[in-house]
Design a protein around this ligand. Structure first.
Ligand code: 2AM
Length: 563
């Protein structure tokens, strides 16, 4: 069957046969693509049922249209502490603000995607669901909340929306044949190879780019996309389907005394247990749902207590410092093979911000900057699934990949605009792509990079390339913050403050601002530093400075790729 792919942010072609004027608007507020995917799938199904649908990202939705909207389905993720994705900030502000219109004409349904290990799980979706009702709109499907494993809840919620859409929008004479449905867009990417059908990429280069004595391993990896049909732009991410470390799979089988060759049927697939554990199940990330399943199966009072609402901090600490195998060892559960496969979450792909421009490295090549996750804890080695898989990838090991577009993290269309890039650690990856691209297209705007890492001598990622770019005039300013070379820590935000006057004048002159890297601490601290810069050099009150930055975020002139 043809997969119908609708462009993010573009209206879908309207299906023939549907009652004129009646349609379902499907909106998504996505940070890493999960909400977008659920929304796309819903839109495909509604289209396939012969009904009118349009699919839009929240940032592209004209909020004034809400007053005329009759059927709306919204899929929105919350990040970290319940915050909306950047793309949804304007929508959320409008809807929750004083200017929101009464919506008695509207039927709506909200689905929230989140992670219940955060205290404000699905906060934004709950808030919007309540707000729609407060404005007089009626729910045509209840609020859905998907925890970590989005597929199951997402599908169930979409079933409900589809059924109601059928009732409300009328049944068309005949369903639209597959070959007449709107197939579009990053069509090349999606039809041949996509998330569910990744391309097995050959490894062209895989080298350590920090010095031997660096405490952390970072690798530069080049992959071939030749013949894949995959296309990317600077700002996009590469999705990598990892494979769990073979030693870890072995430990699970040994701990549970299970035979890896025995076949296990689950969700319509029948595979040997070792294959389930290697390719299909999450073994390196502990989640709240798994912890809950484990607590129930072990009957362990200590574990059950950590799940209580008052124990949030203990829960977060436990999830951050343990892998599922630690739980199994400390609180043994005699999982049978089928129970185990059912209890563990499905493995999900990891997204890496692409570190190359196709205009420079060629369309058939893509580069990544990968920090290898590895630490010793609770008596054994703990590895990250994707980074250890990538670190070991070479001639014999191809890497299953797909392109995850990031429409919000794009160079300015006007190449005469200046850009400011803030990317400590491996957050520098997309800026290597940006600088390459700007040089290739002969951009006349200036490029300013803030980079930080632990030690100058060990962790200065792509040092010689930046120095060359400065010489070539491809990079105009480079400011560095090495945090562990002196007694007092210096971070990129210290440099932002130090150069605040100039930074502010670049921004006033129309510069675009980009932040990539850690979401929990870095991106928040950088944001605070930007507020201070606007206060100090723009003479704004802190409140006005915040509003100004929020405006830049909404118009996409301040974009974040944080995780
Ligand atoms: P640290 O590990 O010495 O604290 C990339 O990881 C760089 O980001 C490192 O130099 C790291 O410093 C630094 N870093 C850690 N926390 C940060 C924060 N809140 N804001 C900015 N940089 C931070």
């Amino acid at each position: 069957a043809t997969r119908v792919v609708l462009p993010p942010g573009a209206a879908a072609a309207e299906a023939p046969g549907a009652a004129a004027g009646e349609r379902l608007t499907v909106l998504y507020g996505s940070q890493t693509g999960n909400s977008r995917r659920v929304a796309e799938r819903l839109a495909e199904r509604v289209t396939a049922a012969g009904l009118n649908v349009r699919l839009l990202r929240t940032g592209a939705y004209v909020v004034r249209e809400l007053a005329q909207e009759r059927h709306l389905a919204l899929v929105i993720s919350s990040q970290g502490d319940g915050d909306p994705p950047d793309d949804a900030l304007g929508f959320v502000e409008f809807l929750t603000g004083k200017r929101a219109p009464k919506l008695p004409q509207l039927k709506f349904a909200v689905l929230g995607l989140g992670d219940s290990s955060y205290p404000k799980f699905c906060a934004v979706s709950r808030q919007l669901d309540a707000r729609f009702a407060e404005l007089g709109a009626q729910r045509f499907a209840g609020l859905g909340e998907a925890d970590v494993d989005f597929e199951a809840v997402g599908t169930g919620w979409s079933d409900g929306v589809l059924e109601k859409a059928r009732e409300a929008l009328g049944t068309p004479a005949a369903p639209v044949p597959a070959n007449q449905r709107p197939v579009a867009l990053h069509a090349v990417n999606s039809v041949l190879h996509g998330r569910e059908n990744p391309y097995a990429a050959e490894v062209l280069e895989n080298q350590r780019i920090v010095s031997r004595d660096s405490a952390r391993e970072v690798r530069h990896i080049e992959l071939s996309l030749q013949g894949s049909g995959l296309r990317y732009e600077p700002g996009d991410a590469l999705g990598v389907w990892p494979r769990n470390p073979p030693a870890l799979v072995g430990e699970w089988l040994r701990e549970l005394r299970l035979d890896g060759e025995q076949e296990v049927a689950h969700d319509g697939s029948r595979l040997p247990l070792a294959r389930w554990l290697t390719h299909e199940r999450e073994l390196t990330r502990l989640s709240r749902p798994l912890l809950a399943a484990h607590a129930a199966a072990s009957g362990d009072a200590e574990l059950a207590r950590v799940l209580e609402p008052e124990q949030r901090e203990a829960l977060t600490r436990l999830l951050d410092t343990h892998q599922p195998i630690d739980l199994l060892r400390r609180h043994p559960v005699g999982w049978g093979a089928a129970q185990l496969v059912a209890a563990l979450r499905p493995l999900t792909p990891r997204l890496y911000s692409i570190a190359s421009s196709p205009k420079v490295v060629g369309e058939d090549e893509v580069h990544l900057t990968v920090a290898v996750v590895g630490y010793h804890a609770h008596g054994s080695a703990h590895l990250g699934a994707a980074s250890s898989f990538l670190a070991a990838a070479g001639d014999e090991q191809r890497v299953p990949v797909f392109v995850e577009p990031n429409e919000r993290f794009r160079l300015p269309a006007d190449a005469s605009r200046d850009i400011i890039m803030i990317g400590p650690g491996t957050g520098v990856a997309p800026f290597r792509a940006f600088v390459q691209e700007r040089q290739a297209v002969g951009a006349t705007g200036r490029n300013w990079l803030f980079f930080g890492n632990r030690h100058f001598a060990q962790d200065f990622l792509y040092q010689t390339e930046w120095q060359q770019a400065l010489k070539d005039g491809a990079l105009h300013r480079l400011d560095l913050a090495f945090s562990r070379d002196a007694a007092a820590k210096t971070y990129v935000q210290n440099r932002l403050r130090e150069h605040g006057r100039e930074l502010y004048s670049w921004l006033r002159g129309g510069a675009h601002l980009y932040v990539c890297g850690d979401a929990t601490h870095m991106a928040k601290d950088v944001h605070e530093a930007l507020v201070e810069v606007a206060v100090a050099h723009g003479g704004l009150s802190a409140e006005d400075a915040r509003a100004w930055l929020a405006g830049l975020l909404q118009e996409g002139r301040y974009a974040r790729d944080v995780y």
